[in-house]
Structure formats: structure tokens, C-alpha cells
Design a protein around this ligand. Structure first.
Ligand code: PMP
Length: 403
């Protein structure tokens, strides 16, 4: 049964009261009241940090903080909440995996397959790692429907391949790869691990790290209606337990002398220093709120909006779409018009969108363009946003064509 109500959903997002029409959710999602109020309440009524002090507030905060790991584990279907490591975001999670897990394990001649659709966050850490270890980064090119193909992966992968890094959903085209097929291909080789960037995918599709046999899965809370500055790194227990601490400092050890230290068990081993307690507590409220929404139908509605936006755009002369099927993101250009000129004029009409290379330069290069505009939809958008946007596009195109 569909219990999603666009109006009720929208009412939970106070930022929508601002005049801007927000079509930039792929950059960051707006925040529901549940998250804002939890963050406010934490700073107003609480003050404790975690895993350190004995007083009541501190103990309760520690419990809540740890319970949030369990909520995240359930969200991505990990049976074990110790496999959830808090970081600052997707970017930090990927650097953590590259430097913490792989750096001591890679050697010259090893290969890292990276898809061409990746955000720089899932490319640069591998390039840095390759430079440090003598490994090689291998490009897994996109083909039809803006996707890299499983056949090509099969042709590239071999016994030297140690890592296959791919995003669940592209932040430009919205293309979503079949993770089960990628995983099957990767796990033909015992020595090869699958790293999945879930930064975009997490907001649109539930992910199952167990069913897809994913070795590392990462995302940022802020793209899933949660707070800024909080990221998640899931890793299989055996990988995390094999991994030495990445950062040193308070609370990541069980014993310290001038001769050395004993690392704490996972996950604390990787969380040196005072963590983002308020962020975790606010994310807990976000996840509890999400549980109560009919996100299946909500996300379906966001997809329909994207489809409608693309349809309306395609009625205008010169429209070029870079939207993959089933994507809530619509990236586009107009023939003979520079993307940033168009974006500047559209923005003047109070529309929030993004233009440029979207931190995915290899993908933009493969499309043979210098950049493109991007609009992205969440279930808090509505048809009238599309009307306003299309009016702004027509206004901008008319001005630019008159020049
Ligand atoms: N990967 C993808 C696919 C993204 O869209 C983003 C954010 N634009 C990132 C990684 C990086 O996320 P963050 O900036 O939150 O670390």
C-alpha cells in the first residue's frame, strides 16, 4: 500500500520555506525536522562526549552513540554493528580504506580497477595509493547507457587485480550498476576485494552488503537527510580486524607506554579522538525518521519527477540528456550553449542547481564535453518546481540565443 504523501513529506523540511527551488539534492539533501530537532536537543540539553566519563549523561550518550551503529548496520544489512566505522564522510572513508587497509598490502605490479564514472573521491585515493606502492590504476570505461559493462570487467580482471572500485550510482548520470554481477566477477579471485561508493545510491535504494558480498561500502550521512561531517565505512569484520589503526590518539587503544601501544578492538581502533557525537545522535534520529516513511514510494515519486523534468526539457530545441534510466538525476546541455552561461541565468530565477564537471572529470571527458548542468530530485520536490525550472530555462535560452 502506498502511504507516501508528498505534502506531509514536504512539511518536514523547513528549508523548503526559503524562496529557492532546491534541485541540488545530489550535492546534499535537505534536512527533516527530526534531524534538526535531535541536533538542537543534543547541544541544548546534553554536553557529554562518549566512551570517557562516568556521569549519567555521558553513559547515556555513549549508549545512544553505539546504538546508532546498529541502526546503520540494519540499514545496509550487516549482521554485525562492529563493522560500522564513523568517519567524516565518503571521501574520508575511501582514503581510510586505501591507506589503512590496502597500502601495506599492495605491491608493484598489482592492479586497481576503477570505473570511469567515479567521483574524484573514488579515484584520487587509488591514484595516490598507486604512486605509493607501484600498483597501476586501470580504467574501466563506460559504454552503453552510461554504464561500464560486466563483460569489460571480465576482460580486465585477472590475478593481479587487488581492488575493484565502483559507485552504486553515478553523481552525474545516475547510472546504477548491477552490484551482484560486479561482486560475482570480483570474487572469482581470492585476492581481489570490492569497494563500493554508496554516496549517491544510499538515498535511493536500500543496499545489502551481505547479499552482494561487498568488502567495503561507504557513504555520507548528509546525502541521506543526515548531518554534515559524518561518514560511514562498512568493512567485513575479517578485513577490519586485519587492519592496523590509521590514526593514533585517545580511546583507540587498551594500553600505552613509551614502548608502544595495544590497539583497541574494532571499531574503536579506528576512531581516535573525540568523535562527532552530535552528528551521530542526529543521524540516529534521521534513521528512525526514515524508518517511518514509505521510502519505496517516496523514491518512486522522485523518479517520476526526474522523468517529467527530462520530458519537459526534451521539448526544447537542442536538449542533450546525460540521464541514465531510472535516475533521479538529470544532467544535460543545450547545443551551442555554454553550460555555465545557462546555469548563471537559471540561478538568477531562484533555482538551485549545479553545473561543471561534478568532481567526475574522467566521466565528463568521456562524454566529450567541458561540463554539464545537473538537477536532482528528492521526494520533497514537486511538479511546480519543474514548472519554475522550465520557465527559467526558457528565459535563459531566449536571452542567450538573442545575444
Ligand atoms: N562519491 C559520490 C558518488 C558523490 O556524489 C560524492 C559527493 N558529491 C562523494 C563521493 C563525496 O562525498 P563527500 O563529499 O560527502 O565525502
Amino acid at each position: 500500500m502506498n502511504i507516501f504523501s508528498p505534502d506531509l513529506f514536504r512539511q518536514q523540511f523547513p528549508a523548503l520555506k526559503e524562496k529557492t527551488i532546491y534541485l541540488d539534492s545530489a550535492a546534499t539533501a535537505l534536512k527533516p525536522l527530526a534531524m534538526i530537532e535531535a541536533s538542537d536537543a543534543f547541544y541544548r540539553h546534553n554536553f557529554a562526549t562518549v566512551h570517557r566519563s562516568q556521569y549519567q549523561h555521558a553513559k547515556e550518550t555513549t549508549q545512544q552513540y553505539e546504538a546508532t551503529r546498529q541502526q546503520v548496520a540494519e540499514l545496509i544489512n550487516s549482521a554485525d554493528s562492529d563493522t560500522i566505522i564513523w568517519t567524516k564522510g565518503t571521501t574520508e572513508s575511501l582514503n581510510f580504506i586505501a591507506q589503512g587497509y590496502f597500502r601495506p598490502r599492495l605491491q608493484a605490479g598489482d592492479e586497481i580497477i576503477v570505473s570511469e564514472q567515479e567521483h574524484h573521491a573514488n579515484l584520487i585515493p587509488w591514484l595516490i595509493l598507486a604512486e605509493q606502492t607501484g600498483a597501476r590504476v586501470i580504467r574501466w570505461a563506460i559504454e552503453d547507457h552510461f554504464l561500464p559493462s560486466i563483460n569489460s570487467l571480465n576482460a580486465l580482471i585477472n590475478k593481479r587485480t587487488r581492488i575493484v572500485a565502483v559507485s552504486q550510482m553515478s553523481n552525474v548520470t545516475g547510472a546504477q550498476i548491477a552490484l551482484d554481477k560486479v561482486s560475482q566477477c570480483v570474487h572469482q579471485y581470492d585476492n581481489c576485494l570490492l569497494v563500493v561508493d554508496g554516496a549517491q545510491g544510499i538515498a535511493h535504494h536500500p543496499t545489502d552488503v551481505t547479499a552482494f558480498d561487498i568488502d567495503f561500502y561507504v557513504f555520507s550521512a548528509h546525502k541521506l537527510y543526515g548531518p554534515n561531517g559524518l561518514g560511514i565505512c562498512y568493512g567485513k569484520r575479517k578485513h577490519l580486524e586485519d587492519m592496523a589503526p590509521w590514526h593514533g590518539g585517545g580511546k583507540m587503544l587498551t594500553n600505552a607506554t613509551f614502548d608502544g601501544f595495544t590497539p583497541a578492538p574494532i571499531p574503536q581502533r579506528f576512531e581516535a579522538g573525540t568523535p562527532n557525537v552530535a552528528g551521530v545522535i542526529a543521524f540516529s534520529a534521521t534513521l528512525a525518521w526514515l524508518e517511518k516513511q514509505d521510502m519505496h514510494h517516496a523514491n518512486q515519486y522522485a523518479l517520476e519527477l526526474a522523468e517529467e523534468a527530462e520530458r519537459r526539457l526534451s521539448e526544447l530545441n537542442g536538449f542533450i540528456s546525460y540521464r541514465a534510466s531510472n535516475s533521479s538525476i538529470v544532467s544535460f546541455n543545450f547545443e551551442g550553449v555554454h553550460h555555465s552561461d545557462l546555469a548563471t541565468l537559471i540561478t538568477e530565477k531562484g533555482i538551485a542547481l549545479r553545473t561543471g564537471q561534478h568532481c567526475a572529470q574522467p566521466l565528463i571527458d568521456s562524454l566529450n564535453i567541458s561540463g554539464c548542468l545537473r538537477i536532482s530530485f528528492m521526494p520533497y520536490n514537486q511538479l511546480s518546481d519543474i514548472d519554475a525550472f522550465i520557465d527559467a530555462v526558457i528565459f535563459a535560452l531566449t536571452l542567450l540565443k538573442d545575444e
